[in-house]
Every structure is written in structure tokens, then in C-alpha cells.
Write a protein that binds this ligand. Structure first.
Ligand SMILES: Nc1ncnc2c1ncn2[C@@H]1O[C@H](COP(=O)(O)OP(=O)(O)OP(=O)(O)O)[C@@H](O)[C@H]1O
Ligand SMILES: [Mg+2]
Length: 248
């Protein structure tokens, strides 16, 4: 594993095709994610942030370009290798949580373990897995809602469950798409605090997508997405790339 860069992308291109029209989204995008820090990716709605995250999480593939996890090229790896990367080596959290509605919080947290191994292996390790899932729920302050299904949880609680699920496999990198986007300001700040703690106490590397400049300003590094590419800026309290781009 490359110690300097945990995740990188080179020359990513991605277009969608709709009614014979081509919708170019990524146009030769380069990205380097440093381990141990919180990296924010900001950009306007429709700028391609979620498209990029899907490529980085190997949920979709680029038309052109390369994605590396450490030194290993991942975008064109075998399907089992990409499944292992997605289910075990990184954690993913989505704006709308993507919890399974029929499962309780603790069962949702267990889901990656069930997917990531054979039924027999899961059966043999199910007690440890359950204890770990409970420990993860405790870590995010949700143990008291372990038996609640998503419909019986608040938005903030669902996002905590999604974070616990992402942490279940002890990933080195967390990809978070608008983790606060669907929450009120105060609940969003609680989630940000939790993510910051995970970064500072556990050394978890986080790549966080947001359209909120004030959230991005709290990150260690910011990348702004524009015209299908990234502009890289060290985060500062007065981070204002958009303004800097307007000539006086
Ligand atoms: N499957 C698809 N088919 C056609 N066009 C798509 C598809 N998925 C995304 N797009 C288009 O690609 C562009 C980028 O979408 P994407 O979801 O990546 O934006 P985003 O930056 O995440 O926006 P938001 O902040 O609103 O979540 C949008 O213009 C969208 O309409
Ligand atoms: Mg999006």
C-alpha cells in the first residue's frame, strides 16, 4: 500500500447517454486522497460528485482513466477483487442512508459481514459479528436503537446506523456522499462531529462530498469540482475558491 496516497484517480472520463444525447460529466479528472485526513469535495448540484463517488467506490466504471487504491489499480480489477474492495476495504455512506427497510439497525450493520463471506463462515462467526455490530452502534451513539428498523429511526439515527455499517469491516477509507445533506443543521453538525472524531481518534481517512462550502472549510483539504475536473485547495477558514475565480 502506498503510504502517501490512499486513493487516486487519473484522467477519469465519464458520460451518460440519454435519448441519443451524450451527457459528459467527468472530463479528465485527477484526484489524490492523502491518508489520515478529511478531504472535502465540493461542487454545485449536477457537477458530477456522486458520479465520481460511484466510480471511486467501484459501483460503476469510468469510460476512460484509472483508479488506484494505494498502488493497486482497482477500476479494471476482477469482479471478486472489486467486490472485496467495496465491501471490506472501504466504507461508503450515502446521502439517503441506503439501509435495508426490513432489517433492524443492528442487522443493517451486520449486512456487510453477511455479504462479504460464505454463509457457513458467517454462521461460525455470527456471535463475534453481532458483538462487533453492537460495538459499532455504541461507537456512533445508537446502541439504544439497535432493534429499531429504519422507519422507526430519525434521519440522524439512520445516518449513524449507516456510518456504523460502513465501519463494520474496519476500513481505512470512508467515502461519504453528502453525509449531512438530508439532515437539519444541528443533526448535521452532530454527524460531522462524529466523522471528525473517527478521523482524529481512529485515523480514518475520509473523502466527503458536500455542496456546502462551510462544511468543506472544516476539512483538511478541499477539492472543488467544476467542468468535470477538480481544482485542489488546501482548506482554510476563509476558503472561497468561487470568489477567487471572479476577476476584480
Ligand atoms: N444514469 C444517468 N443517466 C443520465 N444522466 C445522468 C445519470 N446519472 C447522472 N446523470 C447526470 O450527470 C450529472 C451529474 O450527476 P451527479 O449525480 O453526479 O451530480 P452531483 O454533483 O452528485 O449533484 P447533487 O449535488 O445534486 O447530488 C447530472 O447532470 C445528471 O443529470
Ligand atoms: Mg450527488
Amino acid at each position: 500500500m502506498n503510504d502517501e496516497i490512499i486513493l487516486s484517480a487519473r484522467g477519469l472520463h465519464k458520460s451518460f447517454h440519454k435519448d441519443r444525447n451524450e451527457v459528459p460529466v467527468l472530463r479528465g479528472l485527477d484526484l489524490e486522497v492523502t491518508p489520515g485526513v478529511v478531504t472535502a469535495l465540493v461542487g454545485r448540484s449536477g457537477s458530477g460528485k456522486s458520479t465520481l463517488m460511484h466510480l471511486l467506490a467501484s459501483l460503476d466504471q469510468p469510460d476512460r482513466g484509472e483508479i488506484y487504491f494505494g498502488n493497486e489499480r482497482i477500476d479494471n480489477a476482477s469482479r471478486p477483487r472489486r467486490d472485496f474492495y467495496r465491501n471490506r476495504e472501504i466504507g461508503i455512506i450515502f446521502q439517503f442512508y441506503h439501509l435495508l427497510p426490513e432489517l433492524s439497525a443492528v442487522e443493517n450493520v451486520l449486512a456487510p459481514m453477511m455479504i462479504g463471506q460464505s454463509a457457513w463462515s458467517y454462521f461460525r462467526h455470527r456471535k463475534e459479528a453481532r458483538l462487533r455490530a453492537e460495538a459499532m452502534l455504541d461507537r456512533v451513539g445508537l446502541l439504544h436503537r439497535a432493534t429499531h428498523r429504519p422507519a422507526e429511526m430519525s434521519g440522524g439515527e439512520m445516518q449513524r446506523a449507516a456510518i456504523a455499517r460502513a465501519l463494520m469491516t474496519d476500513p481505512r477509507l470512508l467515502l461519504a456522499d453528502e453525509p449531512t445533506g438530508n439532515l437539519d443543521t444541528e443533526t448535521g453538525l452532530d454527524i460531522l462531529k462524529l466523522l471528525t472524531e473517527l478521523n482524529q481518534l481512529d485515523g480514518l481517512s475520509i473523502l466527503m462530498i458536500t455542496h456546502d462550502d462551510s462544511i468543506a472549510a472544516g476539512a483538511d483539504v478541499c477539492h472543488r469540482m467544476q467542468d468535470g475536473q477538480l481544482q485542489i485547495n488546501p482548506a482554510q477558514p476563509n476558503f472561497q475558491v468561487a470568489d477567487n475565480r471572479i476577476p476584480a
